[in-house]
Design a protein around this ligand. Structure first.
Ligand SMILES: [Zn+2]
Length: 449
């Protein structure tokens, strides 16, 4: 009786362990701590991003990955300069701003103009050109925190497109309310798109605290609010970037390969801990569990290719370079970790009908980690977007994004935002996922690749 009970408990614990393999070390935390401490911010095309690639190569080789290499490409490179803004009339005070990626520059002495405010991008669009011409435009929005990050997608057009709209209407410059739900004084940078033929104007994000303040000024003042703005970023032409690639070799080349990763580059204000140091760390730590080390285990059926994509933040240049070079290889499943360091809460998977049982096994393996399953919608990841368009099977382990956008693209994206316990849960989820997709007996290549 007693023996039977012990045996039952043993079986139960073995089963639980098999379903949710735990990382043996805090490798992921070690990677994100190392990258943010020894390299720091890694703006695409800069010498800092190049140091990041060297750091990655050394780390991946030391961990025992195979075929560690850098695949170079070039990217149009933009570098931040000085950035200052002050209200000069009627309520003199400094505002916390930061240039948006690819912003134009003011004269070296700055520029002073009246501010015209809009509650939304749509309001700016419908304003007559004459009302905007030669003014400094301010655009607000009402982003709120959402667990799935959908609020970011919804409100991002204010940052992505308002600068081009303002430029078309002849604005002198533009400030956009920071794209984050936080109430901090740290502005959020991020790319903006200058549509064909529009010459970039100075474009910056205003911290949410200062956006509130500016809105109060616009509401109270009976005279035009005058603002002095200095932004001196520069576009420095094509510079080298690259993808760092490493592999866990599989035993069955005909089964296709699993491509996973995150992006190595980051914005320059923080140290790129959440975006996307945590992502490369999660993917790497999960892939490392498939390496035969001191705990020998069978090689996976499929080769797992780990990619630290370069130059994602402005546009997914690294993802496109990888697709250009490797699209002809048989990709069975693609997945990207680019959602910070908080826990995985939802599985999204897209498989062909014949591989549907794989999605089911994934849902079962992830359930003990507190992860729900929604196995119909498309997956996520800027760097794998071309594969998704091509119909390659994909997995998205949706992380909790409630907190993420408070720090996203700010000076506050630093290591202390990484919660080691939640990071460990992410690695457990990714390890369980990789174990299944790398070894699934089904044909995962149906659907074009
Ligand atoms: Zn990112």
């Amino acid at each position: 009786m007693k023996h039977a009970l012990v045996l039952a408990m043993l079986l139960l614990s073995v089963r639980t362990f098999a379903a949710t393999p735990l990382p043996e070390t805090d490798l992921a935390y070690d990677i994100v701590a190392g990258l943010t401490t020894e390299v720091g911010p890694r703006l695409a095309g800069t010498e800092a991003e190049a140091r990041g690639r060297q750091w990655a190569v050394a780390k991946l080789q030391a961990l025992g990955f195979s075929h560690v290499r850098i695949e170079n490409f070039t990217v149009p490179t933009w570098i931040r300069g000085d950035e200052r803004a002050s209200v000069v009339a009627p309520y003199e005070q400094r505002l916390a701003i930061t240039a948006l990626g690819r912003s134009g520059a003011t004269p070296a002495t700055g520029t002073t103009a009246a501010v015209i405010g809009f509650a939304s991008l749509d309001d700016l669009k419908s304003a007559p050109d004459a009302a905007v011409r030669d003014k400094i435009v301010y655009v607000s929005h009402a982003m709120r925190a959402t667990q799935d990050g959908s609020s970011y997608e919804y409100f991002a057009p204010a940052r992505l497109f308002a600068p081009a709209v303002a430029a078309q209407k002849g604005a002198r410059a533009i400030l956009v309310r920071s794209l984050g739900p936080d109430d901090s004084r740290h502005p959020h940078t991020g790319a903006t798109h200058w549509s064909g033929g529009v010459a970039p104007i100075p474009a910056a994000a205003l911290s949410n605290s200062d956006a509130d303040n500016l809105e109060r000024m616009l509401a109270r003042s009976r005279v035009p609010v005058q603002l002095h703005l200095l932004l001196t970023p520069r576009s420095v032409g094509m510079r080298q970037s690259g993808n760092v690639i490493a592999e866990v070799p599989g035993t069955d080349p005909s089964a296709g390969l699993i491509a996973i990763g995150g992006h190595l580059d980051s914005w320059d204000l923080g140290t790129g801990a959440l975006d996307d140091g945590a992502g490369v760390a999660i993917a790497t730590a999960a892939a490392a569990t498939l390496l035969s080390g001191d705990r020998p285990r069978d090689k996976p059926r499929r080769t797992v290719r780990l990619i630290w994509w370069g130059a994602e933040e402005m546009e997914p240049f690294g993802g496109r370079a990888y697709f250009g070079a490797h699209a002809r290889e048989p990709h069975a499943v693609v997945a990207e970790a680019d959602m910070g360091a908080d826990r995985v809460w939802l599985l999204r998977a897209k498989f062909s009908a014949s591989a549907a049982p794989v999605a089911k096994r994934l849902a079962t393996a992830l359930a003990p980690l507190g992860i729900g399953a929604d196995v119909a919608p498309a997956s996520e990841g800027e760097d794998i977007a071309e594969f998704l368009k091509a119909g390659v099977s994909s997995v998205a382990l949706m992380q909790d994004l409630t907190r993420y956008f408070n720090y996203h693209h700010t000076a506050d994206d630093t290591l202390n935002r990484v919660d080691p316990q939640q990071l460990r849960q992410c690695v457990s989820a990714w390890s369980a996922m990789l174990e299944i997709v790398a070894n699934a007996p089904e044909n995962l290549l149906v659907g074009g690749h």
